[in-house]
Design a protein around this ligand. Structure first.
Ligand code: TRP
Length: 460
């Protein structure tokens, strides 16, 4: 892949060419008509892409279990941009998902030099406190620290066997100078993403990871690693139907009936195929063509639509045989709101964003100075109308502050037609943002002594 189309998850310089990102990295578009009870970000096309979201939508539809895993890096102050992940998480929570949140204290140490102690303090006082105020349900939310969950680190280490420095160079642009803690961070994140599937964390079920699109390299890496651990590959056949192929690896050779000499232990192989037959007949597929010697089994009558239930059954079989039995994570992505100066939003430049702890005065000042889509003179503005695509006040109403679609489109109409002036749309934004910030701060007050309810027992 060309270097220019790499995404650097640790840079504040994010590309905003979303169509290109989607195409370059093979993301799917979100089809709003398929989303039940779409939230504000769905309705406005801000959650714009996904990987395998259909798997989760299927669970929602059938009332099956699914998990949601996301993470936060405790570095700097929490701002508006960070709230979008919570909006995504809340929606999945409302649709029945169980929620796990990773506090990436190891990643903050590796990439920002934040000590674990400082990271913990920041996570509790800034991030988790605001997450609570933004409306996550503590009964269905478990927050843990990377540094305190050995299973996550063990899993990251184990998955590390399936990749190498060249792949890390290709995905992340790492080089000889990259410090080794930074090299470990993506593996720990892969551990974060996968571990809710472990039996002690809820067991085999689809996991969706709602994130900003800057995190996609980690999703891609994790999906690749998971695929390499699977013992049974399931693929569509060219002639229709599906094929299962055994994936022979160092770790599973003997279980798969491969002898040290390279020959096949027929007895072991036959047992595996019997188990495969049992799995498939339980799912209603009696007609299968097996070739134990080649390690393949064809199911002519199965369709692509059957893939996900066959896959789950193969993964449980793998687990019963001693494998990890992991599903590739699903993901959804939001776009980024523009910075208030019209440039990128960044916590290190306070004038580009609104922090959760900003006073109404701070916020008002920033909105008044924010980049505007208004024209040079009132006369020109009345004649030509404002430019919504550039106007920060409008976009912040759209992303964050104006819940009502009707209200938002009426503002848009008035602004584009020149009826509403730049100063006036800014005032609307200030009024709405004041309500939003005041409400958040009230809610924070309510949670001040109860943050502990969100923290998993191993991380208290
Ligand atoms: N890397 C993420 C960030 O920079 C934090 C993170 C850690 C994360 N583990 C995760 C995000 C797992 C999603 C899923 O904010």
């Amino acid at each position: 892949m060309a270097g220019e189309s790499r995404i650097d998850p640790w840079s504040s310089q994010q590309s905003t060419d979303y169509a290109r990102i989607r195409d370059n990295f093979g993301l799917s578009s979100v089809e709003i008509s398929k989303i039940p009870n779409p939230n504000q970000l769905h309705r406005r096309g801000i959650i714009f892409a996904h990987r395998d979201l259909d798997v989760i939508l299927g669970c929602i539809d059938r009332g099956d279990n699914f998990g949601v895993l996301t993470g936060l890096m405790p570095s700097g102050k929490m701002h508006l941009g960070h709230s979008m992940v919570i909006d995504q998480v809340k929606w999945f929570q409302e649709q029945g998902g169980d929620i796990t949140v990773a506090v990436a204290d190891l990643e903050a140490l590796a990439t920002r030099g934040t000590s674990l102690k400082e990271g913990r303090k920041l996570a509790l006082s800034e991030y988790i406190h605001n997450y609570a105020a933004l409306g996550l349900d503590p009964d269905k939310t478990n927050i843990y620290f990377q540094s305190m969950r050995p299973e996550v680190q063990r899993l990251g280490f184990t998955l590390g066997k399936k990749t190498n420095l060249s792949e890390f160079e290709a995905i992340y642009g790492f080089s000889g100078e990259t410090n080794l803690a930074h090299v470990q961070a993506p593996l720990v994140q892969a551990g974060d993403i996968v571990h809710p599937q472990l039996d002690e964390y809820g067991g085999l079920r689809p996991i969706v990871v709602p994130v900003g699109v800057d995190q996609d390299p980690h999703i891609r890496l994790t999906r690749g690693l998971v695929g390499k651990t699977n013992w049974f590959n399931l693929k569509p056949r060219k002639s229709g139907g599906l094929t299962i192929g055994l994936s022979i690896q160092d770790e599973n050779k003997s279980h798969m009936g491969v002898l040290d000499s390279g020959g096949i232990n027929r007895q072991v192989r036959a047992t595996i195929f019997e188990k495969l037959h049992t799995c498939l007949s339980q799912l209603g597929f009696a007609d299968v063509l097996s070739n134990p010697k080649h390690g393949t089994l064809e199911i002519p009558g199965a369709t692509r639509g059957d893939m996900s239930r066959i896959k789950i059954s193969l993964l449980s079989l793998e687990r019963s045989m001693g494998g990890m039995g992991l599903m590739p994570p699903c993901s959804t992505y939001h776009r980024f709101a523009v910075g208030m100066t019209g440039d990128k939003m960044s916590s290190s430049k306070p004038e580009t964003t609104i922090f959760m702890h900003d006073t109404i005065e701070d916020m008002s000042k920033k909105v008044k100075r924010a980049f505007s889509g208004g024209r040079a003179t009132i006369e020109e503005h009345r004649r030509l109308g404002g430019d919504l695509s550039k106007d920060v006040a409008y976009q912040y109403l759209e992303f964050f502050f104006e819940e009502s679609d009707t209200e938002l489109s009426s503002i848009a109409r008035d602004y584009e037609s020149g009826r509403l002036l730049a100063g006036e749309i800014k005032q609307i934004c200030i009024d709405k943002a004041s309500e939003w910030l005041t409400d958040l701060s009230d809610k924070r007050d309510q949670w001040v002594d109860r943050i502990d309810e969100f923290i998993a027992t191993d991380s208290k």
